[in-house]
Design a protein around this ligand. Structure first.
Ligand code: ZN
Length: 136
């Protein structure tokens, strides 16, 4: 069958070498993401301490949290949102690594047709085609 026709209806399956490369990449991404989660947690802890210190300074007691600055409150909100994103990223990396271990990496989780290598290169955690992503 001409190569052109094989590609119609879905990409070719990615090679074992490519999957091994992606696995190493995902493991590196996981290490980095774990470090970022730890840093985000430390930031929240430190902001929380500053928040209590500021409240204590303003009111003279630690129950005056409502008096701490809006800026500091917003920093805590942003830091918590960043932590949520990093935890979500970690879940996506773990899901992709699970797919590698189960021999499913590169096959769309929704339609089972191989995902394009270019997409997996651009987004190593992709488990579905772009068109299948909404209910992947
Ligand atoms: Zn699909």
């Amino acid at each position: 069958m001409p190569r052109q026709l094989e590609v119609i209806g879905g990409a070719e399956r990615v090679s074992a070498e490519f999957i091994e490369h992606q696995k190493k990449l995902l493991e590196l991404m996981k290490d980095l993401q774990i470090r970022e989660v730890t840093m985000a947690r430390e930031t929240i802890k430190s902001l929380g301490k500053n928040y209590l210190d500021e409240a204590t300074r303003v009111t003279g007691n630690r129950s005056g949290r409502g008096s701490a600055s809006i800026t500091l409150k917003n920093q805590v909100i942003v830091a918590e949102a960043m932590l949520s994103l990093k935890l979500l990223g970690l879940e996506q990396i773990d899901a992709a690594l699970d797919a590698v271990l189960n021999g499913k990496y590169g096959d769309c989780r929704k339609c089972d047709i191989p995902v394009e290598e270019a997409r997996l290169k651009a987004q190593p955690t992709a488990l579905c085609h772009v068109k299948c992503e909404s209910d992947c």
